[in-house]
Design a protein around this ligand. Structure first.
Ligand SMILES: [Zn+2]
Length: 206
């Protein structure tokens, strides 16, 4: 399975993320129609109530579409870094939400990497992963490149990214059996899995 997102440490040729230096991050204006920090907070509250510590969100050009940095701002104070290629007005929130799920899943696996149990946990919280990957491959085919370290955003991504992104529409049922046949009980696509949290856990102040 291809890796779309990164877990660090990455190859030494990468610029290193400074330790515990929040002021070294350039402030980045969010142009997406939602807050990445809030999206991570909500995603964590709903699907990852067991994660302790704080998770801070930054934009940074560090190779993959997103990456998780353990204890980077102090013990139990982690950073999820999103590549600025995702910071645009037409980025679908569903795509970023799934990427956030992927990165938060890393916090459940401090051993690092993507062992089979990682993919199991990711699928449990993110069954939309195949649709999101299909969208990413279709829209970011030119600005990203697959490497042995996973998929990485090219430094020339700005000139390679499409002017307009396609909307996120997982599978339009053009000639499929109608829903009343596929889902005779109706509305099955919106049913929560029993293992999912019934509601958001209370957010703890950072
Ligand atoms: Zn990963």
């Amino acid at each position: 399975m291809s890796r779309l997102f990164g877990y660090y440490p990455y190859p030494m040729s990468d610029p290193d993320l400074p330790w515990r230096q929040p002021l070294l991050f350039q402030p980045v204006e969010t142009v997406a129609p939602f807050s990445f920090s809030r999206l991570v907070d909500e995603t964590r509250a709903i699907w990852f109530p067991e994660i302790e510590g704080t998770v801070e969100v930054r934009f940074g050009s560090f190779g993959p579409l997103a990456s998780t940095w353990f204890h980077r701002m102090g013990w139990d104070n982690h950073i999820i870094m999103f590549h600025p290629i995702l910071n645009r007005p037409d980025i679908p929130i569903e795509v970023v939400r799934f990427i956030a799920k992927h990165e938060l899943t890393h916090l459940l696996h401090p051993e690092g990497g993507h062992p089979p149990c990682f993919w199991e946990d990711e699928l449990r919280v993110g069954p939309e992963r195949f649709a999101v990957w299909a969208w990413l491959h279709a829209n970011f085919r030119n600005p990203v490149k697959g490497t042995r370290w996973g998929i990485r955003v090219l430094r020339t991504w700005r000139g390679r990214t499409p002017a307009r992104l396609a909307p996120y529409m997982p599978h339009l049922p053009f000639d499929d059996p109608p829903w009343r046949v596929l889902c005779p009980e109706g509305g099955a696509q919106l049913r929560f899995l029993p293992a999912w949290s019934a509601g958001p856990a209370p957010l703890s102040p950072g």
